[in-house]
Design a protein around this ligand. Sequence first.
Ligand code: SF4
Ligand code: SF4
Length: 235
Amino acid sequence: MIVTERKPLEELAAMFAGEKGTYLVACSGCPVGHKTGDEASLAQLEADLKAQGVNVLGRTSIDFLCNKALVALRLMKVLEDVQSADSLLVSSCGIGVQAVGATVDKPVHPSMNTISMGGFQGLWPSEERCAQCGDCSLDLTGGICPVTFCSKSLLNGSCGGSDKGNCEVHKDVPCGWTLIYERLKKTGRLDQLSKLNLLKNRDLMRVKPEARKGSVWALELIEPEPEPQPEGKPA
Ligand code: SF4
Ligand code: SF4
């Protein structure tokens, strides 16, 4: 089961500085099952942000945000709202946020930290990957994950070895940090580069006991049967 956790409200509210309005796009796939993207959670998120002065222009839920073709089709239906927003706030795992960012030429803000993908990378895995770091930085990196798109998982910018936009390590793939730079430039957010975090708190990757629900986690809790002992030997 996927495990996500809503970001602290102060962190979320700060993402919208200088914006006139945002549009909320939610995944109604996995996060609903974990009660982090269900209707009640989204209504609460919207209310909390409005109380902080964030103008949420509307919201839509899409079955699987990891499917970019589906995202494009569904967002066409609310095109006017999307076009009038300065950004999209995305409530999903890190893959859904990246898929929306790859589909729409607007800044994307993640509302969640992704802690566990439950053993799979999206139902429609494409190029986007999430390493379940528990401290999603997609807001700072143009909706492109530095942990998975950079071969060295650098968090604070390019290593400087990129050759004509391709990676120093894998020469036939694009440099993740070049992609991040280009996306930030395209969406008018190059200033985000001055806010990059140098470290991630690895403790945030741990799934807390209260999130260990369902059959997957239950398997870990089963006490192993004692080994049968040969007759005559004490157990
Ligand atoms: S920064 Fe990357 S690894 Fe961390 S939660 Fe976001 S998408 Fe996942
Ligand atoms: S060239 Fe780019 S993607 Fe490759 S390791 Fe350096 S910063 Fe990362």
